[in-house]
Design a protein around this ligand. Structure first.
Ligand code: IDP
Ligand code: MG
Length: 133
């Protein structure tokens, strides 16, 4: 089954939105096949976001994503990647459609509450990163 990776980011964990976000996952009929709470090390964060290494926001992103615990989940359903991206909304919460998780819980373009894989291929790679088979 198609897989995508969810991360409930530190801002959303601190603001006690874990329950709301997981409820939404289930309401959207995404099956949770892996779930854990952890505090990413700088090394893990830099590897996970390696594709953004040259971007001006990289250092801020690494500091933010390692600033507190996160909840990581492997979500599965047909078309999981596209479906979850639709549920979370655009990167910038100000530009996310109403009712999307980033519109509801995101603070700004960096602290945008949740992660979702951006392609089927990355859904597999990112799922393996946290849930090696
Ligand atoms: P995505 O999470 O919607 O796929 P990406 O472009 O892959 O967006 O960026 C990864 C993460 O980096 C974003 O979710 C956000 O936390 C952060 N980010 C992206 N663009 C910016 C920016 O312009 N300023 C600050 N942080 C950013
Ligand atoms: Mg991305």
């Amino acid at each position: 089954m198609e897989k995508t990776l969810m991360i409930i980011k530190p801002d959303a964990v601190k603001a006690r939105h874990i329950g709301h976000i997981i409820s939404r996952v289930e309401a959207e009929h995404l099956e949770i096949t892996g779930l854990c709470c952890l505090h990413l090390t700088r090394e893990q964060a830099e590897e996970f976001y390696a594709i953004h290494r040259e971007r001006p926001f990289f250092e801020g992103l690494i500091r933010y994503i390692t600033s507190g615990p996160v909840v990581v989940g492997r979500l599965e359903c047909e078309g999981a990647v596209e479906h979850w991206r639709k549920v979370i909304g655009a990167t910038d919460p100000k530009k996310s459609a109403p009712g999307t998780l980033r519109a509801l819980y995101g603070i700004d373009i960096e602290r945008n509450a949740v992660h979702g894989s951006d392609s089927v291929e990355n859904g597999i790679v990112e799922s393996r990163f946290f849930f090696p088979e």
